[in-house]
Design a protein around this ligand. Structure first.
Ligand code: PGA
Length: 253
């Protein structure tokens, strides 16, 4: 795991405006320099063009928050992977718990979205995670393995090209973070599952997400199987996001 760069990805969710985005990215550009880790921001689709221009020539990569499971056609409201690619999108979130929960995305749909992204040369950040009820019922491992298995099955040898984000649903936006030990335990399960599917499992970045912030990032990122973070709320403040990036760099071998 020593040679792999960590990845810190901000998930802006449905936040931002032309003005706020410009200010946030200016703050990030002013402070980021040439980081030793990879950095991305996942922005709302209407702002892809704006943010593509604002991150040009910087160390910040562009990410989208969702992609259609279809290639093209009569799917009103959807954005295809090729469209995201047109704006220089490097990563796309698939299967975020808010998509699974509020938009009824099944494991099969998430797997199809990952496939569309890979076909367009975009790295899917596949989100998995259990609800509080599932954790309390002792189902954490079974749930995340089921969610990841669908993506592995649909994507064959391309699976080494994905990024996985473990985001316990009970930790998202709640201020309740998984402990480094809880997160590491699940990451180890995911790593083993990937290792059974590909000889390249060691190079797949496994991110943790769920109330990661400037205060807790360093400890989480020090875990052997935590290769980065998917950061929601704390990615909306330049100073906080820069501190998380700094924590990733100091954990970089
Ligand atoms: P949070 O969100 O950092 O605000 O908990 C993380 C996410 O949903 O990706």
């Amino acid at each position: 795991m020593t040679e792999k760069k960590k990845l810190i990805a901000g998930n802006w969710k449905m936040n931002g405006s032309l003005q706020a985005n410009a200010a946030l990215l200016q703050g990030l550009r002013d402070g980021i320099g040439q980081p030793a880790c990879n950095v991305a921001v996942a922005v709302p689709a209407p702002y892809l063009a704006q943010v593509q221009a604002l991150v040009a020539g910087s160390a910040i990569a562009l990410a989208a928050q969702d992609v259609s499971q279809h290639e093209a056609g009569a799917f009103t409201g959807e954005s295809s992977a090729a469209m995201l690619r047109d704006f220089g999108t490097r990563y796309v979130l698939v299967g975020h718990s808010e998509r699974r929960q509020y938009h009824g995305e099944s494991d099969a749909v998430v797997a199809a979205k990952a496939k569309q992204a890979l076909a367009a040369g975009i790295t899917p950040i596949v989100c998995v995670g259990e609800t509080l009820e599932q954790r309390e019922a002792g189902q954490t491992e079974a749930v995340v393995k089921r969610q990841l298995a669908a993506v592995i099955q649909a994507n064959g040898h391309c699976i080494s090209e994905i990024v996985v984000a473990y985001e316990p649903v009970w930790a998202i936006g709640t201020g309740r973070t998984a402990t480094p030990e809880q997160a590491q335990a699940v990451h180890a399960v995911l790593r083993a599952q990937l290792a059974a599917a590909t000889a390249q499992a060691g190079r797949i970045a496994l991110l943790y997400g769920g109330s990661m912030n400037a205060a807790n990032a360093a400890q989480l990122l020090a875990q052997p199987d935590i290769d980065g973070g998917l950061v929601g709320g704390a990615s909306l403040k330049a100073a906080d996001f820069l501190q998380i990036i700094a924590a990733a760099q100091s954990n970089q071998a």
